[in-house]
Write a protein that binds this ligand. Sequence first.
Ligand SMILES: NC(=O)c1ccc[n+]([C@@H]2O[C@H](COP(=O)([O-])OP(=O)(O)OC[C@H]3O[C@@H](n4cnc5c(N)ncnc54)[C@H](OP(=O)(O)O)[C@@H]3O)[C@@H](O)[C@H]2O)c1
Length: 344
Amino acid sequence: MFVNGYGNIGRRLATMLSADREIQFIGVAKYTADMKTKDALDNQFGIYVPESNLIQFRNSNYEVSGTVEEAVKQSDIIVDAAKEGRGFDNKKSLYEPMKKAAIFQGGEDRCGARSVADMIHNSRVNYAEASGKIYVIQGSCNVSGMGRIMQPLAEEFGDEIERYDVTIVRRWADLEDSKEIRDSIEWDRNPHHQEDVKDFMPTANLYVEAYKVPSRMMHLHQMLIRFKTKAPSKDRVIELLSKQFGVAILNSAIGSADVRRKALTLGFQHGDTNMVHIHQEVMRVQDDVLKILYTDDQTGMVIPENHLLLQSMVFRRPKGEAIKKTDALFQLSRKKRILEEEFK
Ligand SMILES: NC(=O)c1ccc[n+]([C@@H]2O[C@H](COP(=O)([O-])OP(=O)(O)OC[C@H]3O[C@@H](n4cnc5c(N)ncnc54)[C@H](OP(=O)(O)O)[C@@H]3O)[C@@H](O)[C@H]2O)c1
């Protein structure tokens, strides 16, 4: 397997694939001969670059293992982690001509002229449907988090739920990004999350608004669930969500940075919790409405999701077994216990 791209998501995917003994990991693609190339080499990852960039890398004295084309040729499946939208070009120029399977990330299009796949994966909802597929999109972090909360609610309360309204407060940049953060709150004319979630939960009556704020510390979701009659008790909802894989129930964090800093000080790999965190103390039930506030680890969320997706697409493993393997690799259950204890 090969990771095409070595940005915030690509480097985490590379850590994952290199740690899984079942997988023969070829290396990562780099397009720019910058310091992240050194980071990849320090991590012992093979570096593959476009043929046209070989001279740039050699002039910078970076050791290159080959071209991107050669790495794709050697792979059975590529995990594409390109800048948003470039996965489509990679599919057309590399994966399709070489008849290679690929996983794309959430920044790629599901529909329209630049669609890369006919399904978006969310392990809580449609894990089994990805089995044997050639091209699949792993939903973005926000989309993955929403499926993880909404699907158990839909299974438990079914037709009693009238609609879901989600306000996403998005981080401006990731911790590792060097781009400038503007002092502004930006709105999104057409949040893609609504249609993405409906791709795997087609009957959900969902409405999403998204705002970008000058923070690097996770996304925050305010989810309002309106019921036909009275909303269920908070205790019942907490009990249901506490049993979910990759969902932690916290009680004393005062902001998203608390959770991120805790992950960093506890030495979690890449500073990731890899999950969503329900903030129990501000969950409210008011008449027919249940209000859930949760933070979503933007960079870490999708990495175990990609691992689960690989197990469905490539190994065709039953979901229970796949979750055990992913949990062993990412220590999600252990991290959940630790976070719940730290923020009890
Ligand atoms: N960041 C998040 O929190 C997050 C969460 C969930 C999903 N995603 C999705 O994951 C994908 C990657 O996001 P990111 O945050 O990792 O982006 P990023 O940090 O900006 O990294 C993008 C990478 O793409 C590489 N690249 C440039 N041209 C390429 C090409 N033609 N093919 C493959 N790679 C190419 C760049 O290489 P060079 O640096 O060498 O130029 C860079 O390493 C996007 O679809 C995004 O929507 C991101």
